[in-house]
Design a protein around this ligand. Structure first.
Ligand SMILES: [Zn+2]
Length: 126
């Protein structure tokens, strides 16, 4: 992998994740992982490949993977992405468009991430 998060990045990711967990009163604890081995048992349909999305999550476990490519983007985009994934975990039935709308309202990003990646994330369910 070309890009990598620094230890400092991982520290503020965790800080912001803890804040969102409290703000959203999440019953399932969100857990950040930086290794895709956590998703080894999941199949990928069609053209959606992990490298082509910003994040991936398993709703029931609260597992969130962030694409290290985010380390080259403005930090606000990572914050938006972490909040977006927390919304998927908190509201498992919420439609992707609604999740995007809510996340963009709470953490506005200058240029929409969705314009850079056609598919924002991959959300798994058991
Ligand atoms: Zn999403």
């Amino acid at each position: 992998m070309k890009w990598k998060f620094s230890e400092s990045d991982k520290e503020w990711h965790q800080t912001i994740l803890n804040a969102f967990e409290n703000i959203l009163k999440m019953k399932i604890k969100p857990v950040l992982v930086y290794d895709r081995k956590h998703f080894a048992n999941y199949l990928y349909k069609g053209a959606t490949k992990p490298g082509g999305v910003w994040a991936e999550c398993i709703k029931e476990c609260g597992t969130i993977w962030l694409n290290p490519h985010l380390s080259t983007e403005p930090k606000v985009e990572t914050v938006n992405t972490i909040y977006h994934e927390c919304l998927h975990i908190k509201f498992p039935k919420m439609h992707e468009n609604k999740v995007r709308k809510l996340a963009d309202k709470m953490i506005p990003v200058a240029s929409s991430l969705s314009s850079k990646k056609k598919i924002f994330d991959i959300v798994h369910s058991h």
